[in-house]
Design a protein around this ligand. Sequence first.
Ligand SMILES: *Cc1c(COP(=O)(O)O)cnc(C)c1O
Length: 410
Amino acid sequence: MITRDECAALDAVDPLAPLREEFILDDATIYLDGNSLGPLTRSARERVATVVDHEWAEGLVSSWNAAGWMATPTRLGDRLAPLIGAHVGEVLVADTLTIGLAKLIGGALALRRDRHVILTDIANFHSDIYIVRAVAHFADRDIVVKTIARDELDAHLDDDVALVMLTHVDFRTGEMLDLAEVTSRVHAVGALMLWDFAHSAGAVPLDVTGANVDFAAGCTYKYLNGGPGSPGFIYVRAAFQGVLENPLPGWLGHARPFDFELEYTPASGMQAFVTSSPSIVALAALDGALDVWKHVTTDDVRAKSLVLSDLFIDLVEARLAGVFGLATPREHVRRGSQVSLRHAHAYGVVQALIEHGVVGDFRDPDIARFGFTPLYLRYVDVYDAVERLVEVVESGAHLSPRFAVRQSVT
Ligand SMILES: *Cc1c(COP(=O)(O)O)cnc(C)c1O
C-alpha cells in the first residue's frame, strides 16, 4: 500500500501543485466538496473588489457602457466555451442552471412540433425533473415526460421523442455517460439532445462540438468555483442560433433594447437567450475564478483527478475492507470526478468526518460523497482524508446520536 511519504513525493513533482496557491484554503481542512461549492480564488476576490469599488462605486450607471457590463454574459460564455469544447459565440452565462434548462427545453419543444415525448433519467437531479415536467405542462400541446432508467434508453427512443435530457455525470454515484455515443443514438431517431453538465464542467474534458451536442446547460459554482449561486451557462450549437427561440424573452435579449419596442425581435447569437439584467457582481466572481484555466487544461485536470480518485478508492478498500459499498464505477471512462461510498450511516460518517477536518457531503439515502478537484487537492490530502475516515469508523464517531437529525443542507 502507498505510504504518506510516497504521496508527498507525488505532490513534489505534480505540475498542477502550484495552482493551489491561487485558492483561499485553510490548511487544517481537507476540502472534498468542491463538487458542491468550489472554494474562493484570489483572482475572484480581486475581481469582485474591482467591480464593486471602482466600476460600481465610482462608475455608477456609466459602467454599463464604460466597463462593458452589458456584454458580460456573452464575454464569460466565450471564456467558458473552451472548457466544454464549444466555439466562441455558442455559450452564454446567465440565470441559474434550472432556468437555463427551462429555456432550452421550451425552445427545443418548439423545434419538434409533431412529437410528444421527452425522455429523462429517473435518477436525475430533482430540480431537472421538476423543470422538465413544468415546461411540458405549459407547452402548446400534450407532452409526456417519461422518467426512465438510463440504460433502457434504446427501448424508449422512437419517432415521437422530441427531446432527451440527461445529466452527464450522475450527482449521486459519479457515473459518467458517453457524450458522443448517447447523443448519436438520440439523433438517430430525429430527437434533440440536451445535456446537463452540472458535475462535468471543469471536472472532465468535454467536446460538445465533436459529440454533435445540440444543447447543454451547467452551473458554475461547483467545479468552476464561481461562488455560491453564481450564474449558470447554456450552450446552443451554432446551427441552432437564430432557429432556437428563447421561451422566456426579456428586454435584454431584444435586438434593440433601448428602442423600447413592444414587438419582440431577438438579438442575434447567444444574446437572444438573455432575459434580464446581468448579475454583475456575481459574474465578476466567476470572471476571476476562470483565470485559473489560463494555466491548465481539462486534460491535465482529468489525468490527476483519476489518480486522486483511484488512490482514494484503493486506500479505502485496503484500510476499511467491507465497510463501504462503492457506488462509483471503477472504469475510468465511466467515472466523473467524485467517489461515492455507500454506508447505512452515511450521514453520520460525513458529519463525523467534518468534525475531523474532512469536508464531504451526504446524499440521500446512503451516500457519502467526495469530490476530487485537482486544482487544489494534493495526494497527501487524499491519504490524510482516508486516515481520518479510518479514525471515524474505528471510533464509532459516526454513530453519535447527534447525527440522528439532519441539517437543512446535507
Ligand atoms: C447542482 C445541480 C443543479 C442545481 O441547479 P441550480 O438551478 O443552479 O440551483 C441542477 N441539476 C443538477 C444535475 C445539479 O447537479
